[in-house]
Design a protein around this ligand. Sequence first.
Ligand SMILES: Nc1nc2c(ncn2[C@@H]2O[C@H](COP(=O)(O)OP(=O)(O)O)[C@@H](O)[C@H]2O)c(=O)[nH]1
Ligand SMILES: [Mg+2]
Length: 458
Amino acid sequence: MVLFWRKTQEEKLAEQGDKNAILSLIEKGKREKAIHILENFKENPELRPILYRLYMEEGKYYYAYQLIEHYDPNLATTKEKALIYERVGELEKSAAEYAKLGDWESLLKAGLLLKQVSRYEQALEVLNRALKVVPAIKRQELEEHINRIREELGFVQKESLIERLRRGLKKTKEAVEFGLLFAGRKVDETLFEELEEKLIRADVGSKTSLVIADSLRKEAIRRNIKTSDELLKLLRQELLSYLNGCSGKLADPHEGISVYLFLGVNGSGKTTTIGKMAHRFVRDGHRVLLCAADTFRSAAIEQLEVWAQRSGAGLHKKHEGADPASVVYETLQRAKDEGYQVVMIDTAGRLHTKEPLVKELRKVRDVIKRFLPEEPTETLLVLDATIGQNSIAQARVFKEAVDITGIVLTKLDGSAKGGAVIPICKELRVPIKLIGVGEGIEDLQPFDAQVFVEELTS
Ligand SMILES: Nc1nc2c(ncn2[C@@H]2O[C@H](COP(=O)(O)OP(=O)(O)O)[C@@H](O)[C@H]2O)c(=O)[nH]1
Ligand SMILES: [Mg+2]
């Protein structure tokens, strides 16, 4: 009984801002409680460092970031600032702090961060500084980094859309080697058999691959085709006939508020795609607000936050576990009040809870409909190309929930299954509007069936 009384007495004192009582709480392991109390005393220069320390120890970097940004930058050492900025996605600021540290490892870190945000010249500058202090046994490693950036510097400046696509399709192309297959070969049965096998390997699907090979076989006889060159043209036509109905241009933002709703299972690439698209919209002069309606994990919210910072978009979020539809509602309200033109909504995609997922998505859709007279500008389903045509089954669940206006096929670069566009297109009959060809902010492009087929088969 006595103990109980003393405890509450101490907590009372702590709540009034008594430093010793707060320290005692911390010592007893009531760290969350202490944080909770200290957050009321951010103005107090004696208590603020204690809160800061707790945030750091608990890995709450975003909150620590708020403290050093809004209250006192001197709370953090240079090393801590480097870490905090890195964790919250302020990569350039982080690099600046690492560079101040001056040892070779910190300089390397700074260089790599700068590279990540495409500040190649600055990256080379700090890496060259690192070169002066690096121990002999690490020199080669450092030089390799420097060379890679030098290469990229030349590379990035001139890499066009098509070059990025080519790079993105590299794995699929290596797996199928259509180029080799058609290089001056005689048109005979083995060629057709190999073709069929390669189409299957690219995940075109065994049925469709068979149909394509058969149709080419017949055409080759009918047109008396003798060279593999002519046959390649036929193959391209054939593949295109499957894809023609499937390219579609992403709808541009219109007057008023344009809403882009993103769906897809966890890990399919929704948040990354939103980041890449937001970057483009912001660059085109739109005011963009991101909506963190994937409230299932706090990490998902933080990740969107990082992309908001990187792209220059705004962000609306609530706490972890908040009702997604309510986050959407608030976001739309805010977009209206603050004059945002584009709203991009990130949702959670937990397929193992199919029923709640479908319900949740419909609720989100209904909120949007209540808010805006028209449908969302685009409802985009994000599919992971590395799982190839297995994504079709996933897609059906989402299609059942809401009307989908387009597909974003991500991670083509990480996949040897680029051919899956054909069954995806054929089965789902939803236009593929964008493809993801890498993790970089520029690695998102429109899907052009003709260019795609040409690149795939060359
Ligand atoms: N290589 C590659 N990786 C991608 C691409 N799009 C997304 N990713 C990666 O896929 C992972 C999951 O993406 P994320 O956006 O978090 O998926 P979400 O769970 O649907 O939001 C991350 O590591 C991304 O960097 C892409 O086009 N190419
Ligand atoms: Mg996500």
